[in-house]
Ligand binder design. Structure first.
Ligand code: SME
Length: 161
């Protein structure tokens, strides 16, 4: 069992979450086990997040990886939807209103905002980390800052595989 600590201050919450994830992946090498626990740590720690998960690059598609939340689309073509866009551009995307993002893939009709970050292994695009919320404009600068740090640590871990 892993304890989930939740702070009221957003930056402090991210600091704890980052430390937890970093500490965890330091002692375990298995990709699926680590991605599964990272998705769970994020989902259980951040408020108002309806889905957290990974899509991994397999050829010219993204294939669903470990996640927390409702069942989701299994395959996304590179270039399609928010995740496919991030896979192609290798840039993080914050979508305050998914209904205004052309080509957004609705896995869950309750989703109203989303943030997707690229993961790199040895400098090459490897996967995306996707967070969804039922609230509009859920993901703010503090989330961008906190998740960017978490992704840096995940990338460092991926480089060791
Ligand atoms: N909305 C994403 C698809 C994945 S689900 O949100 C889990 C997209 O447009 O790429």
């Amino acid at each position: 069992m892993h304890e989930i600590k939740i702070a009221n201050d957003i930056a402090e919450n991210y600091r704890i979450l980052h430390d937890t994830i970093k500490g965890h992946i330091q002692y375990e090498q298995d990709l699926i086990a680590n991605f599964a626990n990272i998705a769970s740590f994020i989902y259980c720690t951040l408020p108002d997040v309806s889905w957290v998960g990974f899509y991994l690059r397999k050829g010219n598609e993204l294939v669903l990886g470990p996640f927390m939340g409702k069942p989701a689309c299994t395959r996304i073509a590179i270039g399609k939807g928010v995740c496919g866009y991030v896979a192609e551009s290798e840039e993080m995307v914050v979508v305050p209103n998914v209904h205004e993002f052309e080509g957004h893939i609705a896995c869950d009709w309750d989703t109203n905002s989303e943030i997707v970050l690229p993961l790199l292994k040895d400098g090459e695009f490897f996967a995306v980390l996707d967070l969804d919320s039922a609230s509009f404009d859920r993901f703010k600068q503090e989330d961008v800052d906190g998740l960017t740090k978490i992704v840096q640590s995940i990338n460092e871990y991926l480089d060791t595989l």
